[in-house]
Design a protein around this ligand. Sequence first.
Ligand SMILES: Nc1nc2c(c(=O)[nH]1)N=C([C@H](O)[C@H](O)COP(=O)(O)OP(=O)(O)OP(=O)(O)O)CN2
Length: 182
Amino acid sequence: MADGHLITREIGIDAAHRIPFHASKCCNLHGHRYRIAATCSGPLFDAGEQEGMVLDFGFLKAEMMEQIDAACDHGMMIWIDDPWIRSFLALPESPQGVATLEQYRAEMRETGQKLIMGPFGKTLLMTTVPTAENLARHWFNLLAPRVKARSGNQATLLRIDVWETPNCVATYTAPQVNGGSV
Ligand SMILES: Nc1nc2c(c(=O)[nH]1)N=C([C@H](O)[C@H](O)COP(=O)(O)OP(=O)(O)OP(=O)(O)O)CN2
């Protein structure tokens, strides 16, 4: 970690989700005010508009809004294998319904998500159950290359913190911070 500098930017979104196999209330479709914080490290720019910065907070916000807010705010985040998926998407139990789901799955392979306007409005289909842990890892994977690109490869996304309630936070950290190999 170069020079000891860390920066953190936070955004908030309102979104609905459900945890299908949760034994208690969380299997119901319900909403949260999520708080999401992205922390980056890197050397300080020594010239130009970002002189003295790891990465302009404005650039980090713009990327978080594009990657997270645009896809999720005031929408539903639904697991593509949720047992209720056909109801959420109003898909018939027919070969055509099965084909539509297969098509979505194929389109989700690269990014782990697909945004659609479904019968209930903005719907983000996800390849994992939308727990706070999975959301933290998913958003980390989307943002990490954007942080690199915005900083000319100088800054590194270190962690994403996702508060599902004011009292519950899940954190995903970069592999080297976890002690694994990069
Ligand atoms: N490790 C995780 N545990 C739970 C998750 C999760 O994503 N990761 N999610 C849920 C539910 O979505 C639920 O909405 C939150 O659960 P809970 O903390 O029980 O909800 P409260 O309303 O009681 O939260 P307060 O902070 O006390 O208001 C469940 N578990």
